[in-house]
Write a protein that binds this ligand. Structure first.
Ligand code: NCD
Ligand code: ZN
Length: 345
């Protein structure tokens, strides 16, 4: 049995680093194992312009430990008033690597997101022209659509029409959670990719709701039935180029999650690589871990894979803290519910 595994250093193609004291607390956790991350722009206020992105990038760099060797890849938050020229200039300058589409009201800090998709058409056309990827939070927000159906309905009602109307637009379906998402991405042509989180490979909706409500397993899109978790595991471990890791590590201080109206988000940055090695080993796919964490993402984004490596070693169970303390309060780690034997050096 393999006892050590050395892979190209992984990247995280969907990460929430927050700002201020929370940023200071969580940035080192991602920098420990990951070389780069696509950083989500859903701050309050959101990262709207190239100028905002440059300032946020500098705050991230200031929050990293000395010699961290971590590069934040910035994104802009798409609104109905985003200026196409600002987007293409920020991309041409190497500052931003993607634009994020949040349907208004879909998730944490998405109130400034898009309501009328016709109003963002000029930006999407400029992005298609310049080859700038659109990262999509793929859930409809209509109150009459069941929350467990919101991803599948989004594909039919929004994503597919949007892609047909904007030929050449590169799209990443972020944090897919359903077999419908997997199948759509597989059938979708070259300009379509998808990120898959760590937690959606581990939990289904029972973990959130059976035997008591577990706020630390609540995230958006919410985990679905077991058959969907299995479809995600098959996709992630397939080695197929269009599936890559985006942890969606989304820290919230514990009091905001353990509440009558708890925030959505799982915090997986510290133990993501240990959990992934466990999952890939269970699926007899350790030889495809590197494709998922370190090769497929850079290829989609047109970047070289990292030259540095990460070595994972299998041994006695690794002890992760139950929570980390940050200046913004304690943040509980995602608990996979099984002992982790893979240690990332
Ligand atoms: C994210 C957050 O907290 O910012 N939450 C989550 O459950 N994933 C937002 C998001 O990516 O949907
Ligand atoms: Zn997210």
């Amino acid at each position: 049995m393999t006892r050590t595994l050395t892979i190209r250093r992984p990247d995280d193609w969907h990460l929430h680093l927050r700002d201020g004291a929370m940023l200071d607390g969580v940035a080192p956790e991602s920098a420990r194992h990951f070389a780069r991350a696509i950083v989500m722009p859903n701050l309050v206020p959101p990262v709207l312009t190239g100028r905002d992105a440059a300032a946020y990038r500098d705050r991230i760099l200031a929050a990293l430990p000395e010699g961290a060797g971590f590069t934040p890849l910035m994104t802009l938050y798409l609104t109905e008033t985003t200026d196409p020229a600002d987007v293409t200039a920020a991309h041409a300058a190497g500052l931003i690597h993607a634009v994020k589409l949040y349907p208004a009201g879909a998730t944490t800090n998405s109130a400034s997101g898009v309501r009328d998709f016709d109003r963002v058409r000029p930006v999407l056309e400029a992005m298609a022209e310049a080859g700038i990827p659109l990262c999509v939070h793929g859930e409809v927000t209509e109150p009459d659509v069941d929350i467990f159906d919101r991803e599948a309905v989004f594909i039919d009602r929004v994503l597919d029409p949007l892609r047909r109307a904007t030929p050449g637009l590169r799209v990443v379906m972020e944090h897919i959670t359903t077999a419908q998402g997997v199948n759509y991405v597989k059938a979708g042509g070259n300009g379509l990719g998808a990120t898959i989180t760590v937690h959606h490979l581990v939990i289904n909706r029972n973990h959130i709701l059976a035997g008591g409500i577990r706020p630390h397993y609540y995230c958006l899109p919410v985990a679905k039935r077991e058959e969907h978790r299995l479809a995600l595991r098959a996709a992630a471990t397939s080695g197929e180029a269009r599936f890559f890791l985006g942890t969606d590590s989304a820290p919230h201080a514990d009091p905001l999650k353990e509440s009558a109206c708890g925030c959505a988000g799982c915090f997986t940055a510290p133990n993501a690589m240990s959990i992934l090695a466990h999952v890939f080993e269970e699926e007899a796919a350790l030889d495809r871990l590197e494709a998922f964490t370190s090769l497929n993402g850079p290829a989609f984004y047109g970047l070289p894979p990292n030259a540095a490596t990460l070595t994972l070693t299998r041994g006695d169970p690794v002890a992760y803290p139950y929570r980390i303390e940050t200046g913004a309060g304690p943040v509980t780690l995602f608990d996979p519910g099984f002992p982790l034997h893979w240690r990332a050096a």
